[in-house]
Design a protein around this ligand. Structure first.
Ligand SMILES: *[C@@H]1O[C@H](CO)[C@@H](O)[C@H](O)[C@H]1NC(C)=O
Ligand SMILES: *[C@@H]1O[C@H](CO)[C@@H](O)[C@H](O)[C@H]1NC(C)=O
Ligand SMILES: *[C@@H]1O[C@H](CO)[C@@H](O)[C@H](O)[C@H]1NC(C)=O
Ligand SMILES: *[C@@H]1O[C@H](CO)[C@@H](O)[C@H](O)[C@H]1NC(C)=O
Ligand SMILES: *[C@@H]1O[C@H](CO)[C@@H](O)[C@H](O)[C@H]1NC(C)=O
Ligand SMILES: *[C@@H]1O[C@H](CO)[C@@H](O)[C@H](O)[C@H]1NC(C)=O
Ligand SMILES: *[C@@H]1O[C@H](CO)[C@@H](O)[C@H](O)[C@H]1NC(C)=O
Ligand SMILES: *[C@@H]1O[C@H](CO)[C@@H](O)[C@H](O)[C@H]1NC(C)=O
Ligand SMILES: *[C@@H]1O[C@H](CO)[C@@H](O)[C@H](O)[C@H]1NC(C)=O
Ligand SMILES: *[C@@H]1O[C@H](CO)[C@@H](O)[C@H](O)[C@H]1NC(C)=O
Ligand SMILES: *[C@@H]1O[C@H](CO)[C@@H](O)[C@H](O)[C@H]1NC(C)=O
Ligand SMILES: *[C@@H]1O[C@H](CO)[C@@H](O)[C@H](O)[C@H]1NC(C)=O
Length: 637
């Protein structure tokens, strides 16, 4: 079925060979006494000829409490200009502001997520500069760089970054729409190759929340409403991110948000107090665990708990990151996960985001002190604190005898082991020139572009007008996108719908902008167009046969468009050219996507759904799996 993709691909292999790699000795091949002792000035943990277990023991034995505490934090930092360290963006630390350098050299952090976009070469140079700084610390522990997804269109502070030079796919919903684990693995392989090239070795994905509440604000980066489809996708992604075996060529995955952030009350986002509750009134928690079980079985190495707290289960009503019965009881003991648990960002301290102070997401334990929160998170079974730098709290907890140092050691060992396995300790630098060649190369970019087209989901073609085959003189009108995309195809463009033979309308699923600037980045609230918008759409539809294209980052409530438009496409992140190629069947492009969720009939139907139950919307306009094709006869015409 992969007619567009070459079956074997030399570029993938050559990309891997661009950066020289040394071998880390796995523990299974470790002799009791290593025969080679290289050099008296080289410490055992820095000796690549020793096995990882021994190197870890050695390193841990040398670490101060402060150095251990530093490992237990991961913080967001920007890549500076022109490949340099950013010396202007600061993080508030008590009564001083810290830039990247002191976070590494004084705070002793060695895990960061890069939260902005630069060219591939500059990102690689910046990465090397960061690693160089770490070489100047006492133990020279390499930095692990992490990223939110950055291979699609969405640009949401705190959860995704627009692709820039990286190859550009649809959001993960579009991968789900193609129902193809082989493609999903290829997608993740390409992301891995591009990440390796710039030094990103950890991915804050796959996001496998099952979208059982259609208003859920972060649906775009999920795989939709079906737990089984999501499970098959997460397995394929983990395979692609890790490669044939976890090691020097791998990117670690952070599967999130345990135990599933789908059942959000009212769909409100759990970054904010108005979205603190996950509700399980349908008793469907198990359904949300299906993809997590698959991720664990597939060897997924890290898991992030959801910000939310459970209502209507046997678990305490406190945020999942603080919730010992969920993290230790359910995740570790029942499901057998022994990897790294990294908390979502900002559970401990209040912090300014986009100029507004947002409260710590200590949902259900709001009245605790920062010290109490840190202890609860550790006690719950979390290994690493996201988005925080309060290492002093851990030092105090150990010094006060509230937490044994051996408890930190368990997490430090897991986190450092990851660095050894990824080969960072022995070979931390990347080649910026190679990065420029690998990232967004013609092959990767083509697969991204093709996937945008293939994921198109044809919902209606009322008048059977698709694909369009314009004869000379046919006139077009473009609404809500630049008509230069039509002119570039030598199509005749007119200035009003009444002069046109066909109209195009490009829409996004409606949402409500609420609260702080940061909150407005999350698409919450109603999924339908308001009366004014509906009237404007109808006026267009009544004037001209209109082909509508809507971004389904959530399940839109659009029965009137289904009724009135000449044809309706859904997409999950696609360029205007991708849309037009599908409309005109250019180079044979046709819609292959199937809906990854039901499309509800009305907001009343949405409000009537039980938040944790899939496929319970009353009389959906289209069901999960709907998606028309182009007739063979139409394609021969
Ligand atoms: C020992 O290590 C030092 C510092 O890393 C290096 O300069 C030296 O060449 C090494 N000597 C041998 C014999 O490998
Ligand atoms: C980055 O490079 C550009 C052009 O090479 C230069 O104009 C600019 O001043 C540089 N910025 C910094 C911060 O070095
Ligand atoms: C930024 O800080 C780093 C680390 O302290 C330093 O090496 C670099 O020179 C600084 N860059 C500028 C432009 O000041
Ligand atoms: C820290 O930075 C913020 C904003 O960038 C500024 O308002 C504040 O005054 C700074 N605080 C200190 C102690 O420098
Ligand atoms: C998911 O798979 C399980 C096991 O094969 C099956 O029992 C269940 O009905 C499937 N669920 C859906 C929604 O297809
Ligand atoms: C969701 O957010 C809206 C808008 O802020 C608010 O009116 C509503 O009460 C919130 N829902 C809950 C459960 O807090
Ligand atoms: C926190 O304290 C305030 C008043 O001090 C109280 O109204 C609120 O219910 C408390 N919240 C929790 C979760 O205990
Ligand atoms: C991918 O699409 C972008 C935007 O439409 C275009 O600029 C680029 O040339 C395409 N790349 C390949 C390799 O097809
Ligand atoms: C439309 O695209 C043309 C050509 O790329 C550009 O010059 C023009 O500014 C664009 N118009 C708008 C409104 O973005
Ligand atoms: C548009 O027409 C011009 C002039 O006839 C021609 O050179 C160009 O190749 C055409 N472009 C396309 C996309 O057909
Ligand atoms: C309808 O939505 C538009 C945004 O598309 C907004 O400008 C307008 O105020 C809304 N109208 C009503 C009546 O809510
Ligand atoms: C349009 O959709 C109908 C089903 O609604 C289908 O039978 C028909 O073949 C489609 N037309 C084309 C050109 O794909």
């Amino acid at each position: 079925m992969y007619t567009h993709f070459p079956s074997s691909n030399k570029l993938l292999i050559s990309a891997l060979l661009l950066s020289p790699l040394s071998l880390a000795v796995p523990c299974s091949s470790c002799n009791a006494t290593p025969s080679i002792v290289s050099n008296s000035t080289s410490l055992p943990y820095l000796n690549p000829q020793l096995c990882i277990q021994d190197r870890l023991d050695d390193l841990l034995s040398r670490m101060t409490l402060e150095e251990k505490a530093g490992q237990l934090f991961i913080k967001q930092i920007p890549a500076g200009l022109n490949g340099t360290i950013d010396n202007t963006t600061t993080v508030l630390d008590g009564n001083r502001n810290l830039t990247t350098a002191p976070l590494i050299t004084e705070r002793l952090l060695s895990h960061f997520n890069v939260n902005n976009a630069r060219s591939a070469k500059q990102m690689a140079e910046w990465h090397n500069a960061v690693q160089q700084l770490a070489l100047g610390t006492r133990l020279k522990i390499p930095i692990t760089i992490t990223s939110d997804p950055r291979h699609a269109f969405a640009d949401t502070v705190g959860s995704s970054i627009a692709s820039g030079q990286f190859s550009k796919f649809p959001e993960s919903l579009g991968i789900a729409a193609l129902r193809d684990p082989v493609l999903a693995e290829l997608y993740a392989t390409i992301v891995r190759e591009e990440y390796l090239a710039v030094g990103i070795r950890n991915a804050l994905q796959p996001q496998i929340d099952v979208v059982t509440e259609p208003r859920m604000a972060r649906s775009g980066q999920t795989f939709g409403e079906d737990a089984n489809l999501t499970a098959s996708m997460v397995v394929a992604l983990i395979k692609g991110f890790q490669g044939p075996e976890f090691g020097l060529h791998s990117v670690t995955t952070v599967t999130k948000h345990f135990p599933g952030a789908g059942p959000a009350r009212n769909g409100n986002d759990s970054h904010f107090a108005t979205g603190k509750d996950n509700i399980y009134f349908g008793d469907f928690l198990d359904c949300h665990l299906v993809p997590f079980k698959a991720a664990i079985a597939a060897g997924g190495r890290q898991i992030m708990p959801s910000y939310a707290r459970p209502i209507g289960t046997r678990y305490p009503e406190v945020a999942f990151g603080f919730n010992k019965p969920v993290i230790t009881g359910l995740l570790r003991e029942e499901l057998g996960f022994d990897g790294i648990v990294v908390s979502d960002w900002g559970l401990i301290t209040d912090a300014a985001i986009m100029g507004v102070v947002e409260p710590a997401r200590a949902w259900g334990v709001e009245n605790t002190t920062e010290l109490e929160r840190a202890k609860m998170v550790l006690d719950a079974g979390v290994d690493q604190f996201g988005g925080e730098i309060c290492t002093e709290l851990l030092v105090q907890l150990v010094n006060d005898g509230q937490i044994p140092e051996s408890c930190l050691d368990v997490s430090v060992r897991k986190l450092l082991r990851e660095k050894f396995l990824l080969g960072l300790v022995d070979n931390r630098f990347v080649d910026p020139e190679a990065a420029d060649k690998v990232v967004g190369n013609a092959y990767f970019a083509r697969i991204g572009n093709e996937t945008q087209r293939r994921a198109y989901t044809l919902l209606t073609n009322q008048t059977d007008i698709l694909p369009l085959r314009p004869n000379d003189g046919v006139k077009f009108y473009a609404q809500d996108f630049n008509s230069s995309f039509l002119e570039a195809r030598n199509l005749t463009v007119v200035a009003s719908p009444s002069e046109a033979d066909f109209c195009f309308l490009r829409l996004s699923t409606p949402w409500e902008a609420r609260g702080s600037p940061f909150r407005q980045r999350y698409h919450e609230g109603r999924l339908d167009f308001n009366a004014t918008e509906k009237a404007a759409h109808s006026a267009l539809f009544n004037t001209c046969p209109t082909i509508v294209d809507i971004l389904l980052d959530r399940p839109a409530v659009i029965p009137e468009i289904v009724e009135e438009a000449a044809a309706l496409f859904g997409h999950y992140g696609a360029s205007v050219d991708a849309f037009l190629d599908v409309v005109f069947n250019k180079d044979g492009w046709k819609p292959e996507g199937k809906l990854p969720f039901d499309l509800p009939r009305s907001m009343e139907a949405v409000e009537g759904q039980v938040a944790d139950v899939p496929f319970d919307t009353d009389d959906p306009v289209f069901e999960f799996g709907h998606g028309l094709g182009y007739d063979r006869s139409a394609l021969c015409g």
